[in-house]
Design a protein around this ligand. Structure first.
Ligand SMILES: Cc1cc2nc3c(=O)[nH]c(=O)nc-3n(C[C@H](O)[C@H](O)[C@H](O)COP(=O)(O)O)c2cc1C
Length: 179
């Protein structure tokens, strides 16, 4: 059976990021069903500028858009910063508003943070307006993440259960799209 190709976007650029640990944990848990490739070059994407959003956008933007286009689905794992979406992540997404790579793209969003509700709600609004295919069962807030995810392992059993539910719904959503 062909593995589904998932592009994972980590909203944290920290080396020891809990969100990165979470992506690694999910990759391991779902390795028989998914190939999860981590988006690289997030920080190389320049500040969004509509003047540059033309027929010849910056190379890092072309690459980002291409990676999104090629993926069967997109998994975003991100912290909340100052009650909102981390600027690096929001900046990258702003580059897709005109090009619409997220439109009808099966998307899962996990906000893993100390709290997370406000950043999560804000990002959901953004994903809605760019027409990402995201639903109630493919999104999750994991609060107090540092007590729940450690060293690429989800150590809290109810969080593991919730993450599994989100990922199973995400896989079903992708399969429905292709069948
Ligand atoms: C600049 C900054 C702002 C933050 N603001 C919030 C916040 O508003 N809400 C929240 O839940 N956590 C906030 N945090 C804490 C992060 O949720 C926490 O550090 C989390 O582990 C970061 O994710 P990461 O481990 O993937 O880097 C903030 C952290 C930083 C560095």
């Amino acid at each position: 059976m062909k593995l589904l190709e998932i592009l994972a976007i980590c909203g944290s650029t920290r080396a020891a990021s809990s969100n990165l640990h979470l992506i690694h944990a999910i990759s391991e848990l779902y390795k028989s069903k998914l190939t999860i490739r981590l988006l690289e070059g997030l920080t190389a994407i320049p500040h969004f500028n509509p003047d540059l959003d033309n027929d010849l956008p910056p190379e890092a933007v072309v690459d980002f858009r291409h990676q999104l286009m090629m993926a069967d689905g997109v998994l975003i794992c991100t912290p909340e910063y100052a009650m909102g979406v981390p600027g690096t992540l929001k900046n990258a997404i702003d580059w897709t508003v005109s090009s619409m790579e997220f439109s009808r793209k099966p998307t899962a969003l996990i906000t893993a943070s100390s709290l997370g509700e406000k950043g999560h709600a804000s990002l959901l609004e953004t994903l809605k307006v760019i027409e990402a295919d995201i639903s109630e069962d493919t999104q999750l807030v994991v609060s107090h993440v540092k007590t729940k995810v450690k060293a690429d392992t989800i150590i809290d059993s109810s969080t593991l259960e919730e993450v599994n539910k989100v990922m199973d719904a995400f896989i079903e959503k992708i399969n429905q799209k292709f069948n």
